[in-house]
Design a protein around this ligand. Structure first.
Ligand SMILES: [Zn+2]
Length: 66
């Protein structure tokens, strides 16, 4: 079994996502953070660009795998 992801600061293995708008940002970001000490371990753009591009490609009938 894979080892679970762990917080680099406190070694907790549980994470949560929160929407926040950083100072000087026009956009909300989704932060992945430790549930224990709230250290941020990753961010996801709010609109999930990867998913948007896929939808756009589908509408344009473009096969991204080719
Ligand atoms: Zn932590």
């Amino acid at each position: 079994m894979d080892k679970p992801s762990k917080c680099p600061k406190c070694e907790n293995t549980k994470f949560e996502v929160v929407n926040e708008t950083p100072v000087n940002s026009n956009y909300e970001l989704i932060f992945v953070r430790c549930t224990s000490c709230h250290s941020v371990v990753g961010t996801i753009d709010f609109y999930n660009i990867g998913s948007l591009i896929k939808k756009l490609a589908d509408k344009l009938k473009i096969d991204l795998d080719k």
